[in-house]
Design a protein around this ligand. Structure first.
Ligand code: NAD
Ligand code: ZN
Ligand code: ZN
Length: 378
């Protein structure tokens, strides 16, 4: 605890303006205040949502305060803790959580939801409970994306936005449980509640979609149809258990018509893992009437989705999910243990391992459809 109580000088990828490349530079990370924890980030996945808040700011996404340090799919080790923190000690392996679990709010007390409201408005605006961030660069406050900021060698989170994990966990793998893999997997098992023998459609075969496929397969789906406009995604999808691959660009008809025909009336479950309002509509319409369930996982905040109420009147259910329905603090360590027991894939999502200096390259790989997950190793 040599640096306990003192600011730490380290490196982070700073997003100075929307749409611009990240700039890796020296930052200061202040010590944790009461009920906060400072962590040494060891690894971070690069999620589509990081890219979207940089490049889609003001379009699909709300404009968040800049400058900011992105990254919300990290794993690390506790460096020091602020006053009043009892659940964490220096050296603990941890996963920072963009979705907290305070254990006290009405949502935490309900088994129906994972949407804890603790400090929600503040972390969405890039600050911690006291309205400030712990990261600064060249004397300017730098906002913390979703209260996390894992594209930094050190960061500070609220104790409610952190979970302790098994000491054997490989941090450059379990970081994926901080967002993408947990989200897609939970969308299938917790939100769609896929049943044995069912027919599933997963639209979008990036990390979130492949994790949804993994959830459908573990729930015993008889058939999992994978849909993507990038055919390079199909080989890996088959390895994850996709039984049929469909490229909408190979068809002149709307993709939902193709899917309804392939499934003799529609899928039992459809999961949208793209973040496109047209694909969301296709997902709903590719579900069968009477009991088909469509789950929206892909992210957009400002765009509107069109739908015909008739599709709902005919018994389809439309749902969405934030972080796959997991109660973050209590459930994520269990997913880590499932991975350690060999029951949950993580290695299979990793296509690239890069350094912090290569973070812009990671974004290019993601936007160009060449990666599933790049892991930034600090
Ligand atoms: P990704 O970019 O790796 O994958 C998206 C995939 O969709 C790509 O393979 C792409 O080729 C495919 N695609 C693009 N347009 C398509 C179309 N018209 N039809 C079919 N496929 C199409 O992204 P990801 O990291 O896997 O994230 C997927 C989505 O999930 C994003 O919108 C992300 O913001 C969102 N997300 C949501 C949550 C949540 O809590 N709900 C959490 C994490 C990510
Ligand atoms: Zn994410
Ligand atoms: Zn709560």
């Amino acid at each position: 605890m040599a640096m306990e109580g003192k600011p730490i000088r380290c490196r982070a990828a700073v997003a100075w303006k929307p749409g611009e490349a990240l700039s890796v530079e020296e930052v200061m990370v202040a010590p944790p205040k009461a009920h906060e924890v400072r962590i040494k980030v060891m690894a971070s996945g690069v999620c589509h949502t990081d890219w979207a808040y940089l490049h889609g700011a003001g379009k699909g996404m709300e404009l968040r305060p800049f400058p900011l340090v992105l990254g919300h799919e990290g794993a690390g080790v506790v460096e020091s803790v602020g006053a009043g923190v009892t659940r964490f000690s220096p050296g603990d392996k941890v996963i920072p959580l963009f979705l907290p679990q305070c254990g006290e709010c009405d949502c935490c007390l309900s088994p129906k939801t994972n949407l804890c409201k603790a400090n929600w408005a503040k972390t969405q605006q890039g600050v911690l409970a006291d309205g400030t961030s712990r990261i600064s660069c060249r004397g300017t406050q730098v906002f913390q994306f979703l209260g996390v900021s894992s594209f930094s060698e050190y960061t500070v989170t609220l104790e409610t936005n952190l979970t302790k994990i098994h000491p054997d966990a490989e941090l450059d793998r379990v970081c994926l449980l901080g967002c993408g893999v947990a989200t897609g997997y939970g969308a299938a098992v917790n939100v769609a509640k896929v049943e044995e023998g069912s027919v599933c459609v997963v639209l979008g075969l990036g990390a979130v979609g492949l994790a949804a496929v993994m959830g459908c397969v573990s729930a015993g789906a008889a058939r999992v149809i994978g849909v993507d406009v990038n055919p390079d995604k199909f080989d890996r999808a088959r390895e994850f258990g996709v039984t049929d691959c469909v490229n909408p660009r190979d068809h002149k008809r709307p993709i939902q018509d193709v899917l309804v025909e392939m499934t003799s009336g529609g899928a039992d479950y459809a999961l949208e893992c793209v973040g496109d309002v047209e694909v969301m509509r296709s997902a709903l319409e590719s579900c069968r009437s009477a009991w088909g369930v469509c789950v929206i996982v892909g992210w957009t905040e400002l765009e509107e989705m069109k739908l015909l109420p008739f599709h709902l009147l005919m018994g389809r259910t439309l749902k969405g999910t934030y972080f796959g329905g997991w109660k973050s603090v209590t459930d994520i360590p269990q997913l880590v243990e499932q991975h350690l027991a060999g029951r949950l894939k993580l290695d299979e999502f990793v296509t690239h391992t890069l350094t912090l200096d290569e973070v812009n390259h990671a974004f290019q790989l993601l936007a160009g459809g060449q990666s599933i997950r790049s892991i930034i190793k600090m």
